[in-house]
Design a protein around this ligand. Sequence first.
Ligand SMILES: NC(=O)c1ccc[n+]([C@@H]2O[C@H](COP(=O)([O-])OP(=O)(O)OC[C@H]3O[C@@H](n4cnc5c(N)ncnc54)[C@H](OP(=O)(O)O)[C@@H]3O)[C@@H](O)[C@H]2O)c1
Length: 115
Amino acid sequence: MGKSKVLVVGGTGYIGRRIVKASLEQGHETYVLQRPDIGLETEKVQMLLSFKKQGAHLVEGSFSNHQSLVDAVKLVDVVICTMSGVHFRSHNLMMQLKLVEAIKDAGNVKVCRSL
Ligand SMILES: NC(=O)c1ccc[n+]([C@@H]2O[C@H](COP(=O)([O-])OP(=O)(O)OC[C@H]3O[C@@H](n4cnc5c(N)ncnc54)[C@H](OP(=O)(O)O)[C@@H]3O)[C@@H](O)[C@H]2O)c1
């Protein structure tokens, strides 16, 4: 199978960290969205650094900054969204729609999966 450039959104989550690991293991060029919103959350910062050590690229991007999402999406051809953690399902969907808008504006993504 050919190799892809993969962006994982929600990469430090339970599912996301497993997707990052699998993507790296399968030799895909792997990008992980690094949200400034996480601040100094030690566990997340350490996990992101460990992804970087394993060969992933960290890309800064925020759901409150459309252009930053477009710029992140433009780097890849596959987007896997494993975000959650937003209390209301409707809010979670609104957040995911922001990613969909960024993917549409970027115009280069071939595959997009959301869990
Ligand atoms: N856990 C399971 O067994 C399981 C099974 C089947 C399906 N799922 C589905 O898989 C998805 C992920 O589940 P999970 O268990 O991995 O969730 P999780 O551990 O809570 O991780 C979700 C990730 O979403 C990101 N996130 C949290 N709040 C956010 C916000 N306000 N804005 C943007 N991103 C935010 C965070 O990633 P960053 O900080 O890295 O951005 C967080 O680590 C969900 O849709 C869930 O329904 C989970």
